[in-house]
Design a protein. Sequence first.
Length: 409
Amino acid sequence: MLIFQTRPNKFPTRGRKPKLFAERTNWNLEPNRLSRALAARRASGKPILDLTLSNPTECGFRYAEHPIRTALCSPEILHYRPDPKGISSARAAVAKYYSELGAAADLEAIFLTVSTSESYSFAFRLLCNPGDELLVPAPSYPLFDFLAEIHDVKLIRYPLLYENGWRVNFHALEKSLTARTRAVIVVHPNNPTGHYTKSGELAQLNHICAARELALIADEVFLDFALREETPHSFAANSTALTLTASGISKICGLPQMKAAWLAISGPQAAKTQAIARLEVLADTYLSLNTPVQLALPTFLDGRFELQRQLISRVKRNLAELDAQVAAQRGCVRLTVEGGWYAVLQIASITEEEEFATGLLQDSGVYVHPGHFFEFASPGYLVLSLITPEKEFSTAVQLLLARANEQRR
C-alpha cells in the first residue's frame, strides 16, 4: 500500500516552499526498502507468501454472489433523489445493524459516506480548525497521519500499554491534552493490536471528553470480528460525550469494492443537534455515495453473517497454528488479541524490523509488516494478517520463525 511506501520517510522536504503544489502534499514519495524489495520480488515472478493481506475478496472466501448481484439491479437506480444523509432505507439498515448489536442508533443521526476515510474527513472538518489537535492511539494504523495532514490538523499520540493485554495509558493521555485538542480517536478493536476498549476505559474517556468539551471519534470497522463469546459494545449508543462512530461494509461484509460506510452521531442532545446540522451541510456539499450501492446496502448488511463466520473461523485456525509454532520457540511471544484480523509477534532477536522484513522477503519470499509502521514504541514487533489462506500462512510463519532463530544464534 502507498502509505507503507511513504510513511517511514514522511515529509523530509518540509521547509522548502513548493512553487505549484500545496505544502500539505509535500511528501517524499520514494519507496522505502521493503517496498523496493516487494516490487523486485514481483517483477522477478517469484512467489510471495503474503502475511499482510487485508482484502477479503482475494482470500478465497465464498460470497453469496446471486443476492449481491441482484441487489445492484433495482429499478430505482434510474432515479436520483439526493439526501445529504443518504437514502432512508439504507440508513434504516445501518440502524438495524446497530440494534442487532444492542445499540440504539438514531436514524436521523446517521450519515452515509463512501468510506471510513470520508467519515474521518467529515469528522475532522466538523471539529477542527487548521492547526488543531487530535489524540490518536499508538500503536495504530498509519492512515491517520495522512488524513490529518491533508486536513491541516495535528496528531498527538497517546500510548497503549501492554501487560498481559492492552490498555489505555490515561496518565499519558491527559498529559497530552492542550487548548487545541478537539477530539480523542479510539479504534475499537484496535488495528493492529486487536484489543477492545473496555467499559471502564469508556467511562474514563467520557469523563475526560465531557469535562473538556471534546468529542470522541470511534472507529469500529473490525467490531464484528470478536474472538470471544460476548458481543462487544458499540460507541454508537454513547451519550455522555459527543461521539462520532465510523464503520462500513468494507470489513463488516467483506465488500471493500462496494464503497459504503457511515458516521453515526450520538451524545448530549444539544451537541448532537448542532453536529447533525453542520454535518448535513458538509454532506450536502459532496453527496458522494452512489444510489445503486445505497439501495443494495440492506441486502449487503443482512448477508454479512456467512462471510463473518468464514472469516472468524479462518482467523481462529491461523491463530491456533501461529500459537503452536511460537510455543516451540524461545524469545518469541504472540501478544493477546481480542478481535480483528491481525496478530502481533514480539521477537527479541529483531532489533531492526524493516531490515528483518526486507531480508525475509528477499530470501524466503515472506512479506510481513514491521511494527514501526504502526508506531510501536520499541523495536522487535511484526504484524501478521490472520486472513491469509491457511496453508500459505503456516508455511510463511515457519519461514519467519526460522529466520528469527538464525538471528538469535
